[in-house]
Design a binder for this molecule. Structure first.
Ligand code: CU
Length: 172
C-alpha cells in the first residue's frame, strides 16, 4: 500500500513539472493607436514553433513579420520591442541570405484588399522555452511579434527593408 501511494505521488510530481513549461502562447497584435488588430497563436512543435495569425485592419499587401527580442510593445513606434530574437552576434538577417543567422526571421504576411490576414507559418529557428538550443520566446525579458509596413526582401540588413513597425504583440 505504501509503495503504491509513493508511486502515485511521484507520478503527480512529474505531471505537475511537465505542465509548468508552456506548450502554447498567444500574442494580441495592436496597432500604433493601441487598437487590437488581431491575434497570433503559437504552438510548440518538436522542431520549432507553429504560428497562426488572424488579423484585420492592415494595409493591403505584403508585410515583414519578425520575432523581436523583448516582450514590450510600447506604442506608437514599438521600438521597445528591441531587435530581432537572436543567439549570435553579429546578427545577419535574411531567410535568403547565405550567411543568415537571424532567429527572428519569418516569411512575410499578406493582407488582402480588406486588410485582413490569415496565415499559418512555421519557424524552425525558435522555441517557446529553449528546446533544441533554440532561443526561447518565453525567456526572462520575453519577446514580441512585430508586423512591418513593407515586405521583407529576406536579404538587406538589418531588417530586409521592411520599414516601420505597424503592429506589435507581446508573446505570453
Ligand atoms: Cu522586425
Amino acid at each position: 500500500m505504501r509503495l503504491t501511494a509513493l508511486a502515485l505521488s511521484a507520478g503527480l510530481l512529474v505531471a505537475s513539472q511537465a505542465s509548468a513549461a508552456a506548450t502554447s502562447a498567444t500574442a494580441e497584435l495592436k496597432g500604433a493607436d493601441g487598437k487590437t488588430l488581431g491575434t497570433a497563436t503559437l504552438t510548440e512543435a518538436p522542431h520549432g514553433v507553429l504560428l497562426r495569425i488572424e488579423a484585420k485592419g492592415l494595409t493591403p499587401g505584403w508585410h515583414g513579420l519578425h520575432f523581436h527580442e523583448k516582450g514590450d510593445c510600447g506604442a506608437p513606434d514599438f521600438k521597445s520591442a528591441g531587435a530581432h530574437v537572436h543567439t549570435t552576434t553579429a546578427v545577419v538577417h535574411g531567410l535568403l541570405n547565405p550567411d543568415g543567422n537571424d532567429n527572428g526571421d519569418l516569411p512575410n504576411l499578406f493582407a488582402a484588399a480588406d486588410g485582413s490576414a490569415t496565415a499559418e507559418l512555421f519557424s524552425p529557428l525558435v522555441s517557446l522555452n529553449g528546446a533544441g538550443g533554440r532561443p526561447a520566446l518565453l525567456d526572462a525579458d520575453g519577446s514580441s511579434i512585430v508586423v512591418h509596413a513593407s515586405p521583407d526582401d529576406y536579404k538587406t540588413q538589418p531588417i530586409g527593408g521592411a520599414g516601420a513597425r505597424v503592429a506589435c504583440g507581446v508573446v505570453k
